[in-house]
Design a binder for this molecule. Structure first.
Ligand SMILES: Cc1ncc(COP(=O)(O)O)c(C=O)c1O
Length: 339
């Protein structure tokens, strides 16, 4: 891993290798022609063959930490259609953990029910609650039961955006900077990605800043303003840089640059978390022409924001989209349940 080659002290942090790196960067020809601006994608939909997307990068470090702490089970949380819970169910089971997911409601769609079914197919023990407010109690109850049963639970909060999980996107930022440096794609004028719990945006900003790139990162917020805001992202960035520098003091002090690079855009969320929007549906059909699959909750909204910026010429130069939704086929993930 490039991050560890450059800062070897980080090699002492436990990690379970899951990601096929580097993920490709591609030019979206059809979208560029329609948008009148060069648009590229960082294909993190292809982080792993079995199930890709952004969560796999975080899980490399989270599962490593869980193993190091002697945990035998994992408790995590998300919406009914949480990609984070699905990725944790798949890779947690693969690495020998019993995975428990506490799920709260979100607007239903075929994609949401497919994700939930795949979670169960992967062997996750699912508890559903009726409101998001009931989540803390359900988690506390689950953790207490597992402790009594001796299963040493490891708790992963929503989206896996702890400093440990965020390391996955610091690595992605360093990887992307190398691809730009080697001329695989031009330096983007701005980077667009979907932001739910903020670890993807924060980690990427740190990794790029450490590699000397100060590109604006538009974090298209799909959750409420309490989940992600200036102070929460700033805290996550500061804590992640502190964690890194604890392990390798030669890592540059880039927290302020990274925080400044992140632009939070809450205009595309729509009426609620998980609700689809007209602009998102338009973005989905346009991206489909370049074989880029989007989901209504996250990536469609981020891509819609990118298209708006292209139309309004907000940035002077090429735009880069971080494709964070897994593009692995769902069929095999669902058949596990039947087999
Ligand atoms: C497809 C997809 N994109 C983006 C995100 C947002 O990532 P983060 O929680 O790191 O902000 C998520 C989170 O669940 C996701 O599932």
């Amino acid at each position: 891993m490039l991050l560890i080659e450059r800062w070897p002290g980080l090699g002492t942090i436990p990690r379970v290798p899951l990601v096929d790196t580097p993920t490709p960067v591609t030019h979206l020809e059809g979208v560029s022609a329609r948008a009148g601006t060069a648009v590229y994608a960082k294909r993190d939909d292809a982080t792993a063959e079995r199930y890709g997307g952004n969560k796999v990068r975080k899980l490399e470090w989270l599962l490593g930490d869980a193993r190091e702490k002697g945990a035998r089970s994992i408790v995590t949380v998300g919406g009914y259609g949480s990609h984070h819970c699905l990725a944790t169910a798949i890779y947690g089971a693969q690495e020998g953990f019993e995975v428990h997911a506490v799920l709260f409601p979100q607007p239903s769609s075929p994609h949401v029910s497919e994700v939930k079914r795949a979670m169960i197919a992967a062997g996750a023990k699912v508890t559903t609650v009726r409101t998001a407010a009931a989540v803390p109690f359900a988690i506390a109850k689950k953790v207490a039961r597992l402790k009594i049963g001796g299963a040493s639970p490891y708790l992963i909060g929503p989206g896996g955006s702890t400093p440990i999980g965020t390391l996955g996107y610091v690595a992605a930022g360093v990887e992307l900077a190398r691809q730009i440096d080697e001329g695989e794609i031009p330096e983007p004028a701005a980077i667009f990605l979907a932001a739910g719990s903020g670890g993807t945006a924060s980690g990427l900003a740190i990794g790029l800043a450490a590699a000397g790139l100060v590109t604006p990162i538009v974090a298209v917020r799909v959750t409420g303003p309490l989940a992600i805001n200036g102070p929460t992202l700033s805290r996550l960035v500061q804590n992640t840089v502190s964690l890194i520098r604890f392990h390798d003091g030669r890592f540059p002090i880039v927290a302020n640059e990274a925080v400044r690079a992140i632009v939070i855009d809450g205009r595309h969320r729509g009426p609620a978390y998980g609700a689809s929007t007209g602009a998102g549906e338009h973005a989905t059909s346009l991206a489909g022409g370049d074989d880029l699959r989007l989901d209504p909750t996250y990536t469609a909204k981020a891509f819609a924001a990118l298209l708006d910026a292209a139309r309004d010429q907000t940035y002077d130069g090429p735009l880069l989209f971080v494709s964070t939704l897994s593009s692995a086929p769902f069929g095999p993930l669902l058949t596990n349940a039947l087999g």
